[in-house]
Ligand binder design. Sequence first.
Ligand SMILES: Nc1ncnc2c1ncn2[C@@H]1O[C@H](COP(=O)(O)OP(=O)(O)OP(=O)(O)O)[C@@H](O)[C@H]1O
Length: 238
Amino acid sequence: MSIRIENVSKNFSAFAALNQVSLEIRDGEFAALLGPSGSGKTTLLRIIAGLEVPESGEVWFGRKNVTEAAAASRGIGFVFQHYALFGHMTVAENIGFGLTVMPRASRPSKKDILLRTNELLDLVQLPGIGGRYPSELSGGQRQRVALARALARRPRILLLDEPFGALDAKVRRELRGALRTIHDELGLTSIFVTHDHEEAFTLADRVAILNHGQVEQFEKPKRIMQDPASDFVRSFLA
Ligand SMILES: Nc1ncnc2c1ncn2[C@@H]1O[C@H](COP(=O)(O)OP(=O)(O)OP(=O)(O)O)[C@@H](O)[C@H]1O
C-alpha cells in the first residue's frame, strides 16, 4: 500500500514540528526516517498512524485520503520502543489481543486465534514460547513478540518508532535482519524511525533525512552518501 504525505504541517503552540512535508513511499517499500532529536520524525510517524492530526496537508494510503480517518481504521501495525507488552498476559495472549477485541461479527474463533498466534511466533522465530510471560523474555525477544502482535491483524503498513533503541548492538543487528526478511515475505510497506545512520542505511530502500521539521533529502542510501543534498545532510552523516 503506497503512502503519500502532501504538504503536511504540524505545530505545537507556536512551534513548527513539521513544515510543509511531502513524501511518497511506494507500495512494498521500506523507508527510514532519519534525523537528529527533535527533527519531527515521531510526529510524522504519528500523523501517518492517525495519532496526531496535521494543521494542514493530507495523508493518502493508496487511493484513499486518510487524513481524517481514525487510527484504528487505518489497517496499520505499530512497534514502538516503549510500547510495552501487557505484563499480566502470556506471550500468546499479547499477540492475540488485537484479535480478541475485534467486534464479534469479524472476530476469529478461539481456535483460529491460537493458530494465528502460533504462525506469528514461527514468523518471528520464537516457536513454543506462547505460554511464557514478558518478564521471562530478553529485550530482543520482547521486541519480536511486539512485532508479532503488530502483525496479528495482517496490516499492510507497518510503522516502527525506534523499536530496537533499547537493545545492544548485536541483538539490534539480528532483529534488523529478521525485520527486513518479514517485511519482504509479507509484502509490507514499512516506515522505520531512527537516529542511527547505520541502522537506516542498512535496513531501508530509501532514507528520508529530516531537519527542523523538513525533509532535506529522500533517496537511496547509496545516492545520499554519494551526493548529499545539503550542508546539513553532509555534516549529519559525517
Ligand atoms: N505533544 C507535544 N507537545 C509539544 N511539543 C511537542 C509535542 N510532540 C513533539 N513536540 C515537539 O516537536 C518537535 C519534534 O518532535 P518529534 O518527537 O517529532 O522529534 P523526533 O525527531 O522524533 O525526536 P527524537 O529522536 O528525540 O524522538 C520537538 O521539538 C518536540 O519537542
